[in-house]
Write a protein of this length. Structure first.
Length: 185
């Protein structure tokens, strides 16, 4: 299956199409569920706010994080990532693999302006990693904080295209915005 262009085009039916479905020679290929390529790795991205690169024991730091150590030992550690001192730009850069200004996130969403690179709106042509994974047959989910949605779109009626479920995640369990009630999550 070619994966150079996403979404992957539907397969074309080549062959005999009969007028009557009762014709015994009518054969159609089975519908196949889209799956990741054979041997494709599982992808787990962990982003924790307000934690420096060297804080976790998984990266040699003093904070004991045994589960993170096991995940890191069995996986791939990415250690050449540009981060900012702010939540939203770092998240948007990690979720898209692009510079935070090129995806509209020059500051946190509540500080957005109409200036290019600072409007908190991810351009449609800058697909998030979750969307690319989903279009390749992966199951996707986001848990916890989502501080990538423009402030004026955080309403019960949307629009929802910048929310996690509009950005490639099939499931989202968390909160949209920069904070939540720590006593009533």
């Amino acid at each position: 299956m070619a994966r150079e262009h996403l979404p992957i085009p539907d397969p074309k039916h080549v062959g005999l199409t009969t007028y009557d479905a009762k014709d015994p020679n009518t054969k159609y290929p089975p519908i196949k569920e889209l799956r990741p390529p054979d041997g494709a790795p599982n992808v787990v991205i962990v982003l924790i706010d307000d934690v420096g690169f060297g804080a976790s024991s998984a990266f040699g730091g003093p904070c004991n994080t045994p589960v993170m150590e096991r995940l890191a030992a069995a996986g791939l550690k990415l250690n050449r990532f540009h981060t900012t001192a702010l939540c939203s730009p770092t998240r948007q850069a990690l979720l898209t693999g692009r510079n935070h200004h090129s995806v509209g996130m020059g500051a946190i969403t509540e500080m957005a302006t109409s200036a290019p690179g600072n409007n908190s709106i991810r351009p449609k042509e800058k697909a998030p990693l979750a969307e690319t994974l989903k279009l390749n047959g992966y199951s996707t989910a986001q848990f916890g904080k989502c501080h990538e949605v423009p402030g004026w779109e955080v309403t019960p009626v949307g629009p929802f295209h910048q929310w996690p479920t509009g950005s490639g995640f099939e499931h989202f369990y968390g909160f949209v915005g920069g904070e939540a009630n720590q006593y009533y999550p």
